[in-house]
Design a protein around this ligand. Sequence first.
Ligand SMILES: Cc1cc2nc3c(=O)[nH]c(=O)nc-3n(C[C@H](O)[C@H](O)[C@H](O)COP(=O)(O)OP(=O)(O)OC[C@H]3O[C@@H](n4cnc5c(N)ncnc54)[C@H](O)[C@@H]3O)c2cc1C
Length: 397
Amino acid sequence: MSTLSHSSMDYSIEVSEDHEAFRKIVRDFAEKELAPVAQKIDVENEMDMGLVRKAGELGLFGIPFPQEYGGSSGDDLSLVLTSEELARFSAAFSAVVGANYLVSVPLFIFGNDEQKKKFLTPIARGQKLAAHAMTEPGTGSDVAGITTSARKDGQKYVINGKKMFITNGDKADLYMVFARTGPPEEGKRHRGVTAFMVEKGTPGLKVGQRINTIGLRGDQPVELVFENMEVPEENIVGEMGRGVNVALTTYDHGRVGVAAQGTGLAQAALEAALNYSTQRQTFGEYLLSYQQVQFKIAEMAAAVQTARLLTYWAATLTHKGTNFIKASSIAKIAATEAAESNAQKAMLIMGAYGVSSDMQVERILRDSQVIKTYEGTNDIQRLTIMKEIGKEMGVVG
Ligand SMILES: Cc1cc2nc3c(=O)[nH]c(=O)nc-3n(C[C@H](O)[C@H](O)[C@H](O)COP(=O)(O)OP(=O)(O)OC[C@H]3O[C@@H](n4cnc5c(N)ncnc54)[C@H](O)[C@@H]3O)c2cc1C
């Protein structure tokens, strides 16, 4: 696909009846089980781990993997439908589920058979929770800048350093940890970083402070500290020194899941505004009768549809494995910003109830700030889009 000259086939979205049947299963779970506890999760800032286990039993952690590794051989579209339906009620809950894929997907793409059996299979079956540990106090977007070190000592590596903002870091049984095994190569800063699997309870692995953020309450990230943490050599995932490639490939595949969270949140704000404006009367008229409210709701509906179409399109391309990087970045920007703008419009429509912290809309606005930030900020997505356009035009490598 070229930016300047494209085929209409590049825009196909492959949704089947199986997808819709699957969506109904997830929606049923979300409406019956998640919706009643979503506000409590946010207010108490604690995840409902019993419900997370139920999501595992439903197969929501293993969607794209083959059955031999505990999955259900679904596709990326099934994955985004799940993320969207869960985020419609609780983006925090969808984040707890989604963070597992930041470990299971790279294990599936880069892991050997033994690693897939040992680590991927229990994650996919929902028996073990996982956390992806890249970000550090001194670096986030610039993953090549990490300083956590892994020193070879016989058949094992000794890891020292600190990670920040790690989702599921306090709940995980398994961690994918990125550390420097060597210095950056001349002209290739991203070389010299390696991905390791680390098991909970490994001596030297400490869960540090919880970091309170504006949104996704109930799923607050934590610090991780590694003090002479020994990891066997066989736990290296992918090639030695090529961990940045492992991580960036993971983010390329995972970004569309964040777009789906944005779509779910944008949809929730639209529903809240519609419900409120058909029930609340001012000066003897329902709010929905005012054109000023109708225009806002029409714009919100347009934003949801745009987000959803871009997200399903990016998921279709991700599954095909073609030209999906730019599509996913576009979808992430559009959907996460739709969540923010729909929450703001819903707040205006709902007056004092819109800004009340007992109402879902205020939570949607807070959650939208976080999803704009993680898995690559939206400005980093803009850089990615420009890089991909440059490649298409043959002007940059
Ligand atoms: C709730 C939450 C959960 C998270 N979960 C995880 C997790 O599970 N695992 C993990 O490893 N990390 C996680 N993160 C970290 C997250 O991925 C990073 O916060 C994110 O990548 C941004 O990094 P940073 O915060 O260090 O910002 P920085 O990289 O310091 O960027 C700061 C600002 O500068 C901008 N910027 C940076 N470089 C450029 C550039 N070249 N051009 C233009 N603008 C630029 C950014 O867009 C941003 O606005 C999480 C973060 C949050 C908030």
